[in-house]
Write a protein that binds this ligand. Structure first.
Ligand code: PNS
Length: 161
């Protein structure tokens, strides 16, 4: 059985992330969306909020679960018996960073392999940072995130639409 992890901060989950989850769930037996509990990062949504939003979006996907982790990804993967990391590549600018992480993780644990999916063209410009930047100015984020999250994101900036 191939258990994979799709790790990230997901602050917040974007339509690009949802697309990645849907596509990678089709090619592995079990996909764990691993939400990083990064206390150093000043996140917009709490860890609990991020996990619950992703659970909401993946409820109908039978082989997808959502969990949070802290510490090293390779350590967490050992804990849950996962051997595959899924990451998305949007553009060449992602490549250098992703290559470095993938190689480091493989050096740490030779059983760990990273697979990359190229981001859907529709979302290749998209990132959680872009969502936050637009939302903070009251900009239109309907093409960026699932519709059910829009109000929750504006609410973080005390914007009601
Ligand atoms: O969505 P992000 O912020 O680009 O995700 C980055 C993530 C979570 C994949 C990466 O920061 C990570 O794996 N962090 C856990 C700590 C770790 O294992 N660091 C070593 C990687 S070189």
């Amino acid at each position: 059985m191939k258990r994979a992890i799709y790790p990230g901060s997901f602050d917040p989950l974007t339509l690009g992330h949802v697309d990645m989850i849907e596509r990678s769930a089709k090619i592995v037996d079990e996909l764990v969306v691993g939400v990083l509990n990064n206390s150093a990062k000043n996140s917009l949504f709490s860890l609990e909020e991020r996990v619950s939003m992703i659970k909401e979006m993946t409820a109908s996907m039978p082989n997808v679960t959502v969990a949070s982790f802290d510490g090293l990804l390779v350590d967490y993967m050992k804990e849950i018996d996962a051997t595959i990391i899924v990451r998305g590549l949007r553009a060449v600018t992602d490549f250098e960073y992703e290559l470095q992480i993938a190689q480091t993780n493989h050096v740490q644990n030779a059983n760990v392999e990273t697979i990359f999916l190229t981001t859907n063209l529709k979302y290749s410009y998209l990132s959680s940072t872009i969502v936050k930047e637009f939302a903070s100015y009251g900009g239109d984020i309907s093409n960026f995130v699932p519709a059910c999250f829009i109000d929750r994101i504006y609410a973080k900036y005390h914007i009601s639409k």
